[in-house]
Design a binder for this molecule. Sequence first.
Ligand code: GLU
Length: 398
Amino acid sequence: MNTLSARLNSFEESATLAMAAKAREFKSRGYDVINLSLGEPDFKTPQHICEAAKNAIDEGKYFAYPPVAGYADFREALAAKYAKENNVPYKAENIVISNGAKQSIANAMLAILNPGDEVIIFSPYWVSYDALVRLSEGTPVLVKGSIENDFKVTASQVEAAITPKTRVVIFSSPCNPTGSVFSKYELQAITNVILKHENVLVIADEIYEHINFTGEFISIASLPGMFERTITVNGFAKGFAMTGWRIGYIAAPKWIADGCNKIQGQLTSANCSIAQRAALAAITGDITPTLKMVEAYKKRRDIVFQLLKEIPGIKSNYPQGAFYFFPDVSYYFGKSNGQRTIRNDEDFCMYILEEGMVSLVPGGAFGDANCVRLSYAASEEDLREALDRMKKVLARLQ
Ligand code: GLU
């Protein structure tokens, strides 16, 4: 009685969503919380995208089930984007639209993993990778990048982690939570290792494609030999400020796309029709709003980097993309304010939330419990205030 499945008990709840819920709860109790936990743009969806959604409703043509994989013209527009911008020859048949990139990753894992298959996850990693591997009955194998190397995993580390059971390597670049961006040279070295093992695929999470300050974005599927080995994951939430619209997709060899299509046909039937029309306008329309958001993120990155430096004991890399910092805060472990002692990343986050009214996410959920994640997808004013509060409450720890 009342026993949930072993599958459900095999993974943790999403730490990002849990911290966001906690921040909301504090706010609803009247506290002035600055929420830097959820990776969610503070910008509104650009107007021309919203207009496309309104028009789609008024046209009265988009009320029925869409095709399971998504509207053909939308998938063709995405294929055209990959040919033009990413040098990857995807066709509409390679693409499956889902309810956010998270579902896209889940579909892909359910489609390709057998029980016990190993999935190499570059760590620090986005919280849901580990959970989705477990949900798909695979075995996560964490390969850790160090802060000294900008948190980047190297090709030789990948080589050492591959076993006959390895089926997938998954990582994001630009990276959530570290903001690291692999160069073409680094990706090439990693894919050279992968290509030596014929059973190994890559899930390339490219959701932060647009939020990249390096000036160079490389789609892994564009590297020699990698088209057949890569499941590209992307979506509209970050680059187009469309988190609530829930539009993500995979682009992959047809046999994998067909597998994702089959799973989706049983899970969700398809993705919301109106959201798809809005996303079509995003991908074919004016990119200027995205570029402006990226400029703003870049400026905020520099502000937060400077302010973090002013807090004693905090170590950080200099993120090159996405909108997160993943500072090492372990200097504060063992320190106390009165009766309250900070033992670990979770205590640190609860202290900052309860004493400073700033919400962050404990780094353990991303694979490094010496760190915490701070999202700078917030206004400059909020960021300055949040960092000031953090500095003040941390100064009280001895
Ligand atoms: N990807 C975002 C984050 O990491 C959204 C929340 C989530 O789905 O985890 O904060």
